[in-house]
Design a protein around this ligand. Structure first.
Ligand code: CA
Length: 247
């Protein structure tokens, strides 16, 4: 009998590991900065992608670089529109390990992405896209912040977060340096729903429009309780059988 009870106890212990630790973590976190990759677009697990435009206008950026602006550790994706300073739009991450300085980027921290829209007339916002890997309620937190400056100028951009190309969940404008414009949104998603974090030129051209973005998406409904209930069920079966003298 003891061996049977031990068996059910073993099942209770081993089940969470067997179904994968992802399922029993309290939170599943998608961090745009930490997850940034130049290896592929879409990047990590197909969740984040780097592009131009919003919704059905979205196109993937195709050129990656690990030494953007000549700095080893500045990773970027660039689009196909020529403008002053190269190809646009640009989405860049600072993987140097410390605050980076490069030309018109006087202080580029490691905890923000840098997004720069395309030149006027192209209607190309720089867009970070998150695709829901499964259905659920997710919390979307972060901020936009002006990063680019030349002789005291600031970015002049319009920023927005758009669900499935049409529903604007957040919008604002950036006309300052290093002043966070924060967002915190709880939203229900179906698998495959798309969330676009887009930065436009503010209607006055894209000069010095580099704008920072931090975005963390967290599953707000953890799966741990259901897994633990099943594990407890194994224990219950064993104890009930023991009481009934069937083990
Ligand atoms: Ca502008």
């Amino acid at each position: 009998m003891l061996r049977r009870i031990q068996f059910y106890a073993f099942l209770a212990l081993i089940f969470p590991a067997a179904v994968g630790w992802d399922a029993v973590r309290a939170d599943i976190i998608y961090d745009a900065v930490n997850d940034f990759s130049v290896a592929a677009n879409p990047g990590v697990d197909g969740v984040w992608s780097y592009g131009a435009g919003v919704g059905s206008s979205f196109t993937l950026l195709s050129t990656s670089n690990m030494q953007e602006l000549g700095v080893d550790g500045l990773w970027s994706w660039r689009g196909a529109v020529s403008g002053s300073g190269g190809l646009f739009p640009v989405i860049m991450a600072n993987k140097t390990g410390g605050v980076a300085t490069a030309g018109e980027l006087p202080a580029f921290p490691t905890d923000l992405l840098f997004l720069h829209p395309s030149p006027a007339g192209t209607n190309e916002e720089a867009t970070l896209r998150w695709t829901a890997p499964n259905a659920g309620v997710f919390l979307i937190e972060g901020h936009f912040e002006g990063l680019q400056s030349d002789n005291g100028s600031t970015p002049t951009t319009d920023v927005r977060i758009v669900l499935n190309g049409s529903e604007v969940l957040f919008s604002g404008s950036i006309n300052s340096l290093y002043v966070p414009l924060t967002f915190s949104i709880s939203q229900s998603f179906a698998a495959g729903d798309i969330l676009d974090f887009a930065i436009g030129d503010g209607g006055n051209g894209n000069g010095k429009d580099g704008t920072g973005l931090a975005a963390i998406v967290t599953r707000a409904v953890p799966e741990a309780p259901s897994v633990l209930l099943i594990a407890m069920g194994f224990l219950g079966v064993g104890l009930r059988a023991a009481r009934q003298g069937t083990v």
